[in-house]
Design a protein around this ligand. Structure first.
Ligand SMILES: Nc1ncnc2c1ncn2[C@@H]1O[C@H](COP(=O)(O)OP(=O)(O)O)[C@@H](O)[C@H]1O
Ligand SMILES: [Mg+2]
Length: 243
């Protein structure tokens, strides 16, 4: 086993009018390769903030984030940084593309694209090391394979508006996997689904976790996800209670 994500004393502090709000207050933990990990806590506890920092979408106020061996903000004075220097921005984009796939609570599919095109989209907008070597036919086969894996082959040419919530989340899962990123981050992926669809989505992610060895990190207050996880990180009011 090896660590794929490591946080050391990570803070995210918002300066409100008079007070500082520590949305994440000194988080330290490690996610191992192959983990099916849940960040669990009530609404407002800091789950999304934490996940967005792991996803290199939000900048921490201070602390260390090590992603697949890369000390992301090494030598940077984070607390003084409001805008990323261009060079670091490029580095972060590369790190994200190489390592991370994202699944959102509200699916975030592109309405004018059909299922196949939505899954294909990440391959069209930039390079990704694991899929760049595929030729056009291999690419199509890989996308078809993912669509088959999430059970949507007969919906391949349909638009998101013609799909149920559960089906849309399946498209989002296939899209998150298309670049062969080793880590998938999912912010409350079942929150907008009824419990039957939520369970099916969970089973599907668990299967992918076992078969493709993809590491999953969720934020959730769904007790089902917590039960299925091998690693639970409990957060309350920005504090990590257990990890
Ligand atoms: N951009 C922001 N500015 C100020 N406060 C924020 C901002 N984003 C989040 N917060 C605060 O940080 C805390 C954690 O929020 P969040 O990470 O969204 O929690 P969760 O995902 O667990 O519901 C909340 O108190 C929230 O109000
Ligand atoms: Mg949230």
């Amino acid at each position: 086993m090896s660590a794929v994500i490591e946080l050391q004393n990570v803070f995210k502090t918002y300066q409100m009018e008079k007070v500082e709000v520590h949305a994440v207050d000194g988080a330290s933990f490690t996610i191992q390769e192959g983990d099916f990990a849940a960040i669990s806590g009530p609404s407002g506890s800091g789950k999304s903030t934490l996940l967005n920092m792991i996803g290199l979408i939000d900048l921490p106020t201070r602390g260390k984030i090590i992603l697949n061996g890369n000390d992301v903000y090494k030598d940077m004075e984070l607390s003084k940084t409001t805008r990323l220097p261009h060079k670091l921005d490029v580095t972060l984009t590369e790190l994200r593309r190489k390592n991370l796939g994202f699944i959102f609570q509200t699916f975030n599919l592109i309405p004018v694209l059909n299922v196949f095109e939505n899954v294909e989209f990440p391959l069209k907008i930039g390079s990704s090391p694991a899929t760049d070597s595929l030729n056009a036919q291999q690419r199509r086969e890989w996308i078809d394979f993912l669509i088959e894996t999430v059970g949507l082959t007969q919906w391949k040419t349909h638009k998101p508006s013609e799909l149920s919530g559960g089906q849309r989340q399946r498209v989002a899962i296939a899209r998150a996997l298309v670049t062969k990123a080793p880590i998938i981050l999912a912010d409350e992926p079942t929150a907008n689904l009824d419990s039957k669809n939520g369970d099916q989505i969970l089973e599907l992610m668990k299967k992918l976790n076992e078969e493709l060895k993809t590491t999953f990190v969720f934020s959730t207050h769904d007790s089902k996800i917590v039960e299925m996880s091998n690693h639970v990180i409990k957060i309350s009011d920005g504090h990590i209670l257990s990890a």
